[in-house]
Ligand binder design. Sequence first.
Ligand SMILES: N[C@@H](CCC(=O)N[C@@H](CS)C(=O)NCC(=O)O)C(=O)O
Length: 219
Amino acid sequence: MPATLYTFRRCPYAMRARWAILVAGVAVEQREVALRHKPAAMLEASPKGTVPVLVLPDGRVIDQSLDIMRWALAQHDPEHWLAPGQGTMDSMLMLIAACEREFKPHLDRYKYPSRYRGEWGTPDGEPTRQESAFSAEHFNKARQFLTQLGDRLAARAGLVGQAPALADIAIVPFVRQMARHERTRFEQAVPGSVLQWMDGLLARPDFQLVMQKQSEKQA
Ligand SMILES: N[C@@H](CCC(=O)N[C@@H](CS)C(=O)NCC(=O)O)C(=O)O
C-alpha cells in the first residue's frame, strides 16, 4: 500500500512536496483536496488543516512540506538536492526559512490586500490608507528578498551551487506565484538572474508533471 499525499495543485507548499516525491520516484497516491471541504481522513491525520499532508502506510504522518521533501529525497536523491556539493544543508534551511519569513508574508499581502484589511483599515473596515499603496509596499518588500536571491544568482546558476538543490526547489514555487500575479511588473522589478533561474526551473519537464491536473493524468 503506497503512502497517501493530500495535496492542492496550486499550493506552493504542496508543489514542492510533489516535486521532491516525483524526482525521488517514491510511490505515493495523491488525493487532490478542496481547501473548503477538506476530507475528514486528512483532518484526522493532521488537525491543523493545511496541505500537503503525507500519511505513511504505517500510520505515521508528515504534515510539513519541507519534511515531506526531505523524507522523499532521503530514500532516493538522484540529483543530490540534499547534498549539492556546494552549500550545506544548514545554509539551505536558513534560506528556505528566510523565504518563509521575509518573502511569503509580503507576497500574500501584495496579492491579497483585502485579506489584510485589518492592517490598512480601521477595525470597522474604514480604510486609513489606500489598499493599492499597502499592496505596493509589500510588493517592494517581497522584491527585496528577490534582490538578495539575485545577488546569489549573479555568482552561480543555482541558489547554493551550479545545479538546483533543495533550496531552489523549495523556494521557486513562491517566486512563481509572484511572477504570475503581474508578470510585466515582476519582470521590470526583479533582477534578470532571478527571472532566468525561475524560468529555467519551471521549464523542467518534471515541473510540468508536478502541475498536471488530475483529469490530464487520467486522460
Ligand atoms: N507550513 C506548512 C504550510 C502549508 C500551507 O499553508 N498550505 C496552505 C495552502 S498553500 C493551506 O493548506 N492552507 C489552509 C487553507 O487554505 O485552508 C507546510 O510547509 O506544509
